[in-house]
Each structure stands twice: as structure tokens, then as C-alpha cells.
Design a protein around this ligand. Structure first.
Ligand code: MG
Length: 501
């Protein structure tokens, strides 16, 4: 059996190597590739993905998995072998259902759609992207039908990003959260005294911004010997290996938080990926339990740490060092207030912690409606704008500030957005557990002390890689299942003090 397990590992590591090469192509496409490269890149990516798919779904692999599964579980459910086989069987079963020509078509369609999205967004022209979005909705529906589902095709897609999640479970969570947030939003919007974020606006040299966020992420624990940071339209994290985890950021010359908090966010993802044990390299156990758990790491660092008062005390001198003169006379308390200013806004990635999850609810409502045929793609912008008016009282004047702002749909990802909110909820549950396990942890960032916090995350979450399904990992790490209340308590406490109500 041990010999057969080694054979399976060898076969899967070859597939991981191909996937690693495909990830380099995707990274390059978003960071360096000139527009003229789009057609050729689409073909190259599709070829690699088909090759990976064919190799991965071989009957020989299926026989090895079937033959090894019970043996591995017998070694104890926490063992490397048992976890490996659970993850391998899940991936194999999903991939086996998807025909190679479908995978190739999906890859080619999304590669072209991403290029079209970037152009459409720059021109703020939804009609240029609409045919691509229609194809992506149709392909996702076909994908759901191939994978199978009980209640909604959305369940099959959601499960790809958040194993075990369903529309019936996630929808009520998003709505319950929104109901808890709405009174808070109207309380904040009703305040006469607004918080200013003027100190974060101005003329910030973009190379200096990069130097700042490189120093910042290194301080948090991001290992630049096993990663690098570049710029892209939409910040993201990708891994070619446990030992090569890359992040990107988005610099905005006139507004500093885009780069600072974009970087901290992606750094949170990268810390999780870099924290996988070396023995997980090129196995199905590398990286995280789910996108929701991944997002809990990015949001924990971005918001719970990065937008805390102690963190701002440490951040202010760093800002002064990289932008001499720009922060003279500014206090840490002013910085804290500025980075937490809450107001209804158009752009999800710039939304504050109070409003953010309503942006997710809106996307969830649109994508479920498009997928289930209740909303036509051509009517999606009007639906979007009506929801923006309903939730935030504002309507975007152009599609680039509305329905064209996110890259996800162009990449073929429907069912992904809810994982952002799941991540926010889990991040608050982690903070509450840290209160018990590491008293005083929240003040450590004031002195640039991030290592004890990272150690806790490494021990309880990162080191587990993808050994457990998200629900099980959460139970093991924080001792409870997914809950809305810790996040609502955290946000109410923080914002009632900030806005004085
Ligand atoms: Mg993220």
C-alpha cells in the first residue's frame, strides 16, 4: 500500500507541476503581458489546462485512489495519508465529471473574457463585455449541470470554492448579517459630524508606494525569499509552489489606502499559503481549506489588525518615512479615524467594514438570479444600479464604478463572492479566540510585534493546509461553527465608539 501511495503522490506531483506552470502564465497575463498576447496566451493556457486535466483524471489515478482510500483512513483521520486521500478523491471526482473539451472551452472563453473585461472597464462600456458574460453564465450553468446539484445550480458552483456550502445555508447568513448592519449604516449616515480621510489623499509617488508596501508586508511576516510583489489592475495572490507565493497590489497616485490595504489583504492570503508545511508541496493538501477560510486570513490582517488603533500607531511613522512632509502634524488617532471612515461607496474593494458585506449580498443576488434565469445579462446593469440605490442610496454614473468593477465574472468565477463575507465572519471568530488564547494580542501591533499573532495562525490554521473541510477546521481552530454574531459585535463596538453613538 505504501508503494502504491508513493506512486499516486508521484503522479499527482506531476499534475501539480503543470498547474504551477499554468499559474505562471496567468500571473504574467495580469502583471506584464501586452494586450497583443491575449490570443496566444488563451491558447497556451487552454492547452496546459487540458493536459493537466487529462493527466489528473486518468483511470490509473482513479484506481489508485479507490484502492488506497480505506487503507489511508485506517491510519487515523488526522494522518497525512488520510487527509491526502480525502482531498485527492474530492478533486478527482469533480474533475472526472468535467470533460476535457469543456475544460478547454471554459479556459479559452475566460481568457478572452478577461481581456475584454479590462477594455470594457477602461471604456466603461458594459455592452462590450455583455456577450462574454453571457457565455460565462451559460458555461457555468452547464458546469453545474455536469457536476450535479439538488436545489439550485448555484450549489454546485459554491461548493467548488467553499466545500459543503449551499445557497440555502449561505443566503440566510448574508441576509441576517445585512439586517444587523443596516441600522448601523443609517446611524453612521445620520451623523452630522463626518470623519475626514483627507490625510490619505494627495500626490503619492507610486514607486514610493511600492517601497512602502514592500516594507510593510515584510514586517507582517511575508517572506520575500519565497515571493514577490507587483502591480495589477485587481490585486491578487497566486502560488506556483509553497516556496513561491506572489502578491500584487494596486497603486493609486492620489489615494494611499488602495495600495496599503490591498497589500495587507493579499499578504494575509500569502502568509496562509507560505505557512503550509513543506511536506504538502505539490500535493492536494498545499494551501488552504477553502476560499472563505483564505479570506478570513486576508481580512484578519487587513481589517482586524490593519485598521486597529495600535496598528495605526505603528503605521504612522512608516508613512512619514516613505512620504516625508505629507503626514506632519497628523496623529495616530486621526489616521485611525481616517482609515475607518464609513460612507456608502461604489467600489467594493474600497468599501469600509460596515458597508462591505452589502456589496457582497448585491453580487450574490445578481449572480444567483442570472444563473437561475431570473435575470437577463442585458438587464444586469439596471438591476445592479437599483440595488445600489436600495442598499446605499447611491447610483453609479458609469459601469466601471458599477457592474464592471470586479474581475471575477470575467475569470468565470460565479459562486465566489460569498466567500468574502464568510471570511469576514471567520476573521472575527478568530479574533475572539485570540482574546482567550493570547491576552493583549490586539496591542502588539503598536510595537510592530506581529510574530506572536502569526504564530497562533500558523499553529491553528496555516499548518493544517487543506487537511480538513472548512467547518471542521473552524471547529478545531476556534471551537465553534460559523456565526454572524462575533462580527456584528466587533463592528458595532468599533463603530459606535468611532462615531459616538
Ligand atoms: Mg481576498
Amino acid at each position: 500500500m505504501e508503494q502504491k501511495f508513493q506512486e499516486l503522490k508521484k503522479r499527482f506531483s506531476e499534475v501539480s507541476a503543470i498547474n504551477s506552470a499554468a499559474a505562471v502564465l496567468h500571473w504574467d497575463q495580469q502583471v506584464y503581458m501586452p494586450p497583443g498576447g491575449a490570443e496566444a496566451r488563451a491558447a497556451a493556457s487552454a492547452a496546459l489546462e487540458e493536459l493537466s486535466h487529462v493527466k489528473f483524471t486518468s483511470d490509473a489515478n482513479g484506481a489508485l485512489i479507490a484502492g488506497l482510500y480505506d487503507w489511508a483512513q485506517g491510519l487515523g483521520e488526522d494522518s497525512f495519508e488520510a487527509s491526502y486521500l480525502r482531498a485527492a478523491r474530492r478533486d478527482y471526482d469533480i474533475a472526472k465529471k468535467l470533460p476535457a473539451d469543456f475544460v478547454g472551452e471554459f479556459s479559452k472563453t475566460t481568457s478572452l473574457a478577461m481581456e475584454a473585461w479590462a477594455k470594457a472597464r477602461a471604456a466603461s462600456d458594459f455592452s462590450a463585455f455583455a456577450p462574454h458574460l453571457q457565455k460565462i453564465v451559460d458555461l457555468n450553468l452547464r458546469k453545474a449541470q455536469i457536476l450535479g446539484y439538488k436545489d439550485s445550480p448555484y450549489d454546485a458552483l459554491l461548493d467548488l470554492y467553499e466545500p459543503g456550502a449551499t445557497k440555502a445555508a449561505v443566503g440566510p447568513v448574508l441576509r441576517k448579517l445585512a439586517e444587523g448592519l443596516k441600522p448601523l449604516i443609517s446611524e453612521i449616515n445620520g451623523r452630522k459630524a463626518k470623519i475626514s480621510n483627507g490625510i490619505l489623499k494627495g500626490d503619492f509617488d507610486e514607486e514610493r508606494q511600492l517601497a512602502l508596501v514592500n516594507e510593510l508586508t515584510a514586517a507582517l511576516g511575508y517572506d520575500f525569499k519565497r515571493g514577490r510583489q507587483d502591480r495589477s489592475v485587481h490585486p491578487f495572490t497566486t502560488g506556483f509552489s509553497i516556496n513561491d507565493v506572489r502578491i500584487t497590489t494596486r497603486t493609486q497616485r492620489d489615494y494611499l489606502p488602495a495600495a496599503v490595504y490591498g497589500s495587507i489583504h493579499e499578504c494575509g492570503h500569502a502568509l496562509y499559503s507560505q505557512g503550509s508545511p513543506q511536506e504538502f508541496e505539490f500535493t492536494p493538501l498545499a494551501d488552504g481549506a477553502s476560499l472563505g477560510v483564505h479570506e478570513s486570513q486576508s481580512r484578519f490582517w487587513e481589517n482586524i489588525v490593519g485598521r486597529s488603533r495600535p496598528f495605526c500607531r505603528w503605521l504612522l511613522p512608516l508613512l512619514m518615512k516613505h512620504f516625508p512632509g505629507k503626514f506632519d502634524g497628523v496623529t495616530a488617532d486621526q489616521l485611525y479615524a481616517a482609515v475607518n471612515r464609513s460612507e456608502p461607496s461604489f467600489i467594493r474593494v474600497e468599501a469600509d467594514e460596515v458597508n462591505y458585506n452589502l456589496h457582497i449580498l448585491l453580487r450574490y443576488e445578481i449572480e444567483t438570479a442570472m444563473l437561475e434565469g431570473a435575470l437577463k445579462v442585458e438587464d444586469a446593469p439596471a438591476f445592479w444600479n437599483a440595488k445600489m440605490q436600495d442598499y446605499f442610496g447611491i447610483t453609479p454614473a458609469k459601469a466601471s464604478d458599477g457592474i464592471l468593477q470586479d474581475v471575477h465574472w470575467s475569470l468565470g468565477m460565479i459562486g465566489y463572492f460569498p466567500t468574502y463575507t464568510l471570511g469576514n465572519l471567520i476573521s472575527a471568530q478568530i479574533a475572539r479566540k485570540l482574546d482567550a488564547d493570547l491576552p493583549g494580542w490586539a496591542d502588539l501591533p503598536a510595537h510592530g510585534e506581529f510574530a506572536p499573532i502569526l504564530s497562533w495562525l500558523r499553529k491553528h490554521i496555516h499548518s493544517q493546509g487543506r487537511k480538513y473541510l472548512p467547518g471542521r477546521l473552524l471547529q478545531r481552530a476556534v471551537g465553534e461553527e460559523l456565526r454572524v454574531e462575533p462580527f456584528l459585535d466587533y463592528i458595532k463596538d468599533k463603530y459606535s465608539k468611532l462615531y459616538g453613538f
